[in-house]
Design a protein around this ligand. Sequence first.
Ligand code: ADP
Length: 158
Amino acid sequence: MKIVYPGTFDPITLGHVDIVGRAARLFDEVVVAVGDNPAKTPLFNQAERAEMVEEELAAIAKTSVETFDGLLVDYLKKRGFDLVLRGLRTPTDLEYEQQMFATNRAVMPSLEVVFMAASPEFAFYNSRLLREIASCGYAPRQIVSPLVAARLKAKTGK
Ligand code: ADP
């Protein structure tokens, strides 16, 4: 079975990589779908984010990377995908994901979502706070790979 792991990935962290690696052991293929939500004003543009995802996942078999614009459900319908993967870190994630699922299900009845628990060592990291500290020159190796750290350094000029 193919599963789609959608997100902003601004930028991809070791927590994301961990989820993809674990999912690749459970599913036939994990399609990482890098969205474009201009309202979020990402640090990296969509092409840059997708490129980093590709670099990070190069060594993980049974993974592929795609990009999409607009609504996730429209992308899923267009591509013929029904199954989505999301990572769960905290109760806040769950609350948000349940609302997302209910709303998306209302417009796509065939949608199914699988939640994967974040590994404890990554459960409290998120891209937003990473971007904040990166703007001051920090890119800890517990949170991102050296490759992404270098990209952050180049982007922020710190
Ligand atoms: P979005 O903008 O859709 O929330 P993100 O790129 O922030 O996208 O995250 C994509 C998915 O990865 C979400 O399901 C999110 O909960 C999950 N995720 C983010 N960070 C981690 C982490 N450190 N460990 C496990 N899952 C994570």
